[in-house]
Design a protein around this ligand. Structure first.
Ligand SMILES: NC(=O)c1ccc[n+]([C@@H]2O[C@H](COP(=O)([O-])OP(=O)(O)OC[C@H]3O[C@@H](n4cnc5c(N)ncnc54)[C@H](OP(=O)(O)O)[C@@H]3O)[C@@H](O)[C@H]2O)c1
Length: 189
């Protein structure tokens, strides 16, 4: 399987989801997510966003598949599907095989793991993650889905780059403070 980047927003307790959706509504983080996952160095290419079935279902029908990216959904119960902007696959292995085909191998620049917890956990466990784009939210949202497999002892913070709001200042929206940072996995397990 090709290495991928991971993007996640997490509260002070590692909470990422509540009642099937995000526990918060932060417009700036949504814009950050869209900008990061769409950004390509080669305009002829696009990125893929890899997600679990529950994450897919949390996106309003009118907004999915997420525009400008190849959406890949993992599910053992949904019917397999392949079209221009959407792949529904039964396993990481079948996604890996598909992405190795020339049509994707050459045209997909970065694979973004966009969650939820089950899909993050597998990629982190199997050493498939290269960089992590993290939004830290400085509040406890009493979530019902947590990301516990991020090991900060195994990650180093990447210095700010010019373009994105990586390693940012702290922002505040609707009384919620948050910041963006970028990390790299330093060793494999
Ligand atoms: N804060 C954030 O950045 C962020 C990001 C993403 C999601 N979220 C939140 O996280 C929550 C969802 O996370 P979650 O962990 O409950 O679910 P999830 O990871 O989105 O989806 C889990 C589903 O993925 C499928 N799946 C898992 N492993 C698989 C495998 N190896 N092969 C094939 N299919 C596999 C299964 O679908 P089937 O049951 O169909 O077989 C499983 O039920 C939501 O609240 C969402 O809003 C938060």
């Amino acid at each position: 399987m090709r290495k991928m980047n991971l993007i996640v927003a997490m509260d002070t307790e590692g909470g990422i989801g509540k009642n099937g959706g995000l526990p918060w509504r932060i417009k700036k983080d949504m814009q950050h997510f869209a900008a990061v996952t769409k950004k390509v160095n080669y305009p002829s290419k696009r990125n893929a966003v890899l997600m679990g079935r529950k994450c897919w279902e949390s996106i309003p029908e009118s907004r999915r598949p997420l525009a400008g990216r190849l959406n890949i959904v993992l599910s053992r119960q949904l019917t397999e599907h392949t079209s221009e902007n959407l792949i529904i696959a039964k396993s990481f292995e079948s996604v890996s095989k598909l992405l190795a085909e020339p049509q994707y191998c050459d045209s997909i620049e970065t694979i973004w793991n966009i969650g939820g917890a089950e899909i993050y956990d597998i990629a982190l466990r199997d050493d498939l993650v290269e960089e992590i784009y993290l939004t830290r939210i400085f509040k406890n949202f009493d979530a019902d889905v947590y990301l516990k497999s991020l090991d900060f002892g195994n990650m180093e913070k990447v210095e700010p780059s010019e373009n994105l709001s990586e390693n940012s200042e702290t922002f505040e929206e609707n009384g919620i403070r948050f910041e963006f940072s970028k990390w790299r996995i330093i060793t494999s397990h």
